[in-house]
Ligand binder design. Structure first.
Ligand code: HEC
Length: 127
């Protein structure tokens, strides 16, 4: 019996490692490299008035209810329930949502790719 103990401990460790690295639902950080600057993104979100449609933690006056609240967005698995919440996809979404989901009520925003990356980086800091 004593000989089996280390094996059991190893199996337990392997299970724990699987649990930590497994698909894990909304537990892990969103995949996709976050290349943007979150602080710049937060400033842009305020300037672009995303908050007229969304409530967004950390952005003054962002309490809109037209779109969904963006709290905890860094832990969400999906964007708009249909797209994987990767940094690159999120950047595309905030700049040109109708390109990804033609029927969406989220409008295209007048920003360049760099600004969109910064905004995505900020949204991914929301846990
Ligand atoms: C005119 C209102 C409006 C404005 C302005 C707007 N959005 Fe949206 N947004 C929406 C709506 C409506 C949805 C829901 C779209 C859907 O589910 O198809 C949405 C969805 C989203 C989502 C996905 C939310 C989720 O729960 O998955 C993100 C992220 C987002 N918007 C970010 C932004 C950012 C960042 C800005 C500013 C650059 C912005 N939005 C400006 C209306 C708006």
């Amino acid at each position: 019996m004593r000989a089996s103990f280390p094996g059991a401990a190893l199996a337990g460790a392997a299970l724990a490692a699987l649990w930590l690295t497994g698909c894990g639902g909304d537990a892990g950080p969103p995949p996709g490299a976050v290349a943007g600057d979150p602080e710049a993104g937060r400033t842009l979100i305020g300037r672009l008035e995303c908050g007229t449609c969304h409530s967004i933690p950390g952005v003054t006056g962002a309490r809109g209810i037209v779109g969904p609240p963006l709290d905890g967005f860094g832990r969400r698995a999906y964007i708009a329930g249909i797209l994987p919440n990767r940094a690159d996809t999120l950047a595309h979404w905030v700049r040109a949502a109708p390109e990804l989901a033609p029927a969406t009520a989220m409008p295209a925003m007048p920003i360049d790719a760099r600004a969109a990356q910064d905004i995505a980086a900020y949204l991914h800091t929301l846990r």
